[in-house]
Design a protein around this ligand. Structure first.
Ligand SMILES: Cc1cc2nc3c(=O)[nH]c(=O)nc-3n(C[C@H](O)[C@H](O)[C@H](O)COP(=O)(O)OP(=O)(O)OC[C@H]3O[C@@H](n4cnc5c(N)ncnc54)[C@H](O)[C@@H]3O)c2cc1C
Length: 358
């Protein structure tokens, strides 16, 4: 699914407007956005994202104070526990089951705090009373649906089963937290370019460009639309002919239904691609009259969210931040076009790389 965002004209302001009291203009050459996955600025600057939605997955995070003087706490070792572990973790698995904690995996880490993350099932949270009602996915973890006392109770139970003494206390910051990692988003393009319109109805306003901000990439994008649309239309035509009155007699009902489904999909794809091409052409027109161009580079989770259990977030977060810093350097020595190409290249590499290799 694609999450399309439009540039918010009340957010991106040109230097010509009068600012509300207390606000000042600061000149800048590039904007790096490191706001994490719920980046408001990405949304308001119109950065489109591709979103993969998986079956519902919930994480329960527990942070407890570590008392290094306590011998029992000192002995605790980092570990990952899975429901089918039957070795040294069997007692933990059995006790968790008895306590009504159904999970996919649990990781315990000891650093400055005791940190436990449990990928717990919705059914368990409902059964333990930590969630009050089985609401739709987007509302399930709303504050009003979480019973904090019972959530703390469930967390305490997990901590005890992992061997934390009864006296260990919760941290003041993020003692217990639920988060949803059922979806993952990535920016469609590794950059956005903002500029001020010099003419037309939007004169003086900020507008934004995507891939077409780079001349050559824009040509490639235009060529893609010219190539892909006729191909899709031809496919739809073939499917239409195969499933209309003349063609249907030669197909089994099952094949006809399958082709009909493909036809519906092809029509939806054509509509989406036509809309994308229309928006692209509009931006190409806008590009002709834009001045004061500045690149925007989302980094970290704002650019590309990890599939959380793979533990890639920090690693790729640092890489994408360094790539953005490099693109800003290239901007200063070679200009915008070279900078965007570098950024695009690095983002492509990031997507293709096998992040499991050492
Ligand atoms: C429970 C959990 C466990 C994880 N475990 C791992 C792991 O083991 N290994 C791993 O690699 N990754 C892990 N991750 C993922 C990792 O935490 C993220 O990928 C990483 O933190 C992303 O870094 P970031 O700087 O892009 O975003 P964040 O860490 O989310 O930081 C963004 C910051 O920007 C702030 N912010 C937002 N908007 C604004 C604004 N307008 N102005 C100023 N500040 C703003 C936010 O408050 C936040 O502090 C885990 C994530 C979670 C939730």
């Amino acid at each position: 699914m694609t999450q399309r965002n439009s540039l918010d004209a009340t957010f991106a302001l040109s230097a010509d407007v009068t600012l509300p009291g207390g606000l000042v203009f600061l000149p800048f050459d590039a904007l790096l956005i490191a706001e994490g996955e719920w980046s408001n600025s990405c949304n308001r600057l119109g950065i489109d994202k591709a979103v993969n939605v998986f079956s519902q997955a919930i994480g329960l995070i527990i942070n407890m104070n570590y008392d290094a003087k306590d011998a029992a706490e000192r002995q605790l070792r980092d570990r990952v526990v899975r429901p089918n572990d039957d070795g040294e973790h069997k007692r933990i698995v059995d006790d968790l089951k008895k306590a009504g904690v159904d999970f996919e995996f649990i990781e315990y880490l000891k650093g400055e705090t005791h940190y436990i993350v449990v990928t717990i099932t919705k059914a368990s949270l409902l059964g333990l009373g930590a969630l009050q009602a089985d609401l739709p996915r987007e509302r399930l973890l709303e504050r009003s649906n979480v019973d904090e006392e019972k959530l703390l109770g469930a967390a305490r139970t997990v901590a005890t089963i992992f061997g934390l003494p009864a006296e260990s206390s919760f941290c003041d910051f993020h003692p217990v937290k639920l988060f949803d990692f059922s979806s993952r988003a990535k920016a469609l393009c590794g950059y956005k370019v903002l500029g001020v319109c010099t003419g037309g109805s939007q004169q003086g306003q900020v507008s934004s460009l995507d891939i077409e901000a780079h001349d050559e990439l824009g040509i490639a994008e235009a060529a893609y639309f010219e190539r892909a649309l006729p191909e899709l239309r031809a496919t739809a035509m073939e499917l239409q002919e195969a499933t209309d009155d003349d063609g249907r007699s030669r197909l089994t009902e099952r094949t006809r239904l399958a082709k009909l489904e493909r036809l519906h999909q092809a029509r939806a794809d054509i509509a989406a691609l036509e809309e994308a091409q229309r928006a692209f052409k509009e931006r190409v027109e806008i590009k002709r009259g834009l001045t004061s161009l500045v690149p925007v580079f989302p980094v970290g989770d704002s650019l590309l969210e990890p599939f959380w259990p793979q533990g890639l977030g920090s690693n790729r977060g640092f890489h994408s931040a360094l790539d953005a810093a490099w693109a800003v350097h290239v901007l200063s020595v070679q200009g915008l076009q070279a900078s965007l190409l570098e950024r695009n290249f690095a983002y492509d590499l990031m997507m293709q790389m096998n992040w499991f290799s050492k």
